[in-house]
Design a protein around this ligand. Structure first.
Ligand SMILES: [Zn+2]
Ligand SMILES: [Zn+2]
Length: 300
C-alpha cells in the first residue's frame, strides 16, 4: 500500500483519519498533533519540566518536545522520580538517563526514598494496591520540584486513551469532582504554589506513540509497573479500544463531548486556598495528602 501523501510505501494506516502514512508523513502527522495541542493552549516561550517514567509514551513525549523546542522556544528539562519498585524502577531510570544523555538534556532525578523516607514497595507491603499512594506522591513531588525550580509547566505523557479511560472511570465510579478537575491543561497559580500541567500527547493514541518510537529508533523501558495489572483503568481502555475498532474516532469524539460537558459547568473557584501545616503546600484540609502518607510510611 502507498502513502496517501507521496509515492513511498505506507507503514501505518490510521483508521480515524482514513489515511496511509510513510515514515516521513507519519512523523509529520504525529508532530502535527502535538503542535495542535501547543498552539491551542498557546504554549510558547516556556520552561517545561517533562516528567519521564522511562516508558514508551513519556519517552516519546520528551523526544517530540525536544524536536519542537526551538520552534516554540521551550526550555525542556526531563524529570525522573525513582519510586523504588523492585525490578521496574532501575531499568526505567536507566532508560531515562540514556535518552536525556542522547538529547543532551540535563536531568532532574529524585528518589522517593531520599525525599520521603519510603518506597512504593514499602507501601505495597501494607496495602494491597499502592496505586493511590503512588498517585499522591507523584503529583506532590512533581509539583513541588517544578515550583521550587520555577518551571512554567509540568508535562506528562498521557495520551488520548489514558484521558478517556480516566474520565470514563471517574464517571463510572461516581468521582464527579475528579471528573471535573481533569482537563487537557491546568493553569499555573503561583500564589497557590501550583504549577500547571500539560499533556502534549492529548491528541494521540498509544499505537501512534509506539510507531513513532519504532521508526525513530527511540529506546524505552518496556516493563509494565507490576502493580498496574488488573487496575480498572486497564479494563476501561479495553472497552474504549473495542469502541474505536467499531467506530473509528470513537475515543476522540467521547473525549470532545466530555470536554463540552466540563465547559458548561462553572469551576468552583470558591474553594478556599489553604496550605498544609507541615509542608506549606496547597491542601483542602489542615495537612496535605502527601504529609499524611509520609507520616504513615516513612521509616525515618
Ligand atoms: Zn508519504
Ligand atoms: Zn504537606
Amino acid at each position: 500500500m502507498k502513502c496517501s501523501y507521496c509515492e513511498k510505501e505506507s507503514i501505518i494506516f490510521i483508521r480515524r483519519t482514513g489515511k496511509h502514512y510513510c515514515e516521513d508523513h507519519f512523523n509529520q502527522f504525529l508532530l502535527g498533533r502535538v503542535k495542535k495541542y501547543l498552539g491551542k493552549h498557546r504554549i510558547k516561550n516556556k520552561r517545561i519540566m517533562v516528567a519521564v517514567s522511562g516508558g514508551k509514551d513519556s519517552t516519546v513525549m520528551l523526544h517530540v518536545l525536544w524536536q519542537l523546542s526551538e520552534k516554540y522556544n521551550l526550555e525542556i528539562i526531563p524529570f525522573y522520580l525513582d519510586l523504588g519498585i523492585k525490578e521496574y524502577s532501575k531499568p526505567c531510570g536507566k532508560s531515562v538517563r540514556e535518552i536525556s544523555e542522547m538529547l543532551d538534556l540535563d536531568l532532574i532525578e529524585v528518589s522517593l526514598l531520599d525525599f520521603a523516607g519510603f518506597t512504593i514497595d514499602d507501601v505495597a507491603k501494607k496495602e494491597k494496591k499502592p496505586c493511590r499512594v503512588c498517585g499522591v506522591v507523584k503529583r506532590y513531588i512533581m509539583n513541588r520540584i517544578a515550583f521550587e525550580n520555577n518551571f512554567d509547566f509540568v508535562a506528562t505523557g498521557h495520551t488520548m486513551i489514558d484521558e478517556a479511560a480516566f474520565a470514563i472511570h471517574n464517571l463510572y465510579s461516581g468521582n464527579i469532582d475528579q471528573f471535573f478537575r481533569t482537563y487537557e491543561i491546568t493553569r499555573t497559580e503561583k500564589k497557590r504554589k501550583l504549577v500547571g500541567r500539560i499533556k502534549p500527547l492529548y491528541y494521540l493514541m498509544e499505537t501512534e506513540t509506539l510507531t513513532y518510537a519504532l521508526i525513530n529508533r527511540i529506546s524505552y523501558c518496556d516493563l509494565e509497573c507490576p502493580y498496574a495489572e488488573g487496575h480498572p483503568i486497564q479494563k476501561q481502555k479495553e472497552i474504549l479500544l473495542e469502541g474505536e475498532y467499531k467506530f473509528p474516532g470513537f475515543i476522540y469524539n467521547i473525549l470532545r463531548s466530555l470536554n463540552k460537558i466540563r465547559k458548561k459547568v462553572p469551576l468552583e473557584s470558591s474553594v478556599q486556598v489553604r496550605f498544609c501545616k507541615i509542608c506549606g503546600y496547597p491542601t483542602t484540609g489542615d495537612v496535605c495528602n502527601f504529609c499524611k502518607v509520609k507520616m504513615k510510611y516513612s521509616k525515618r
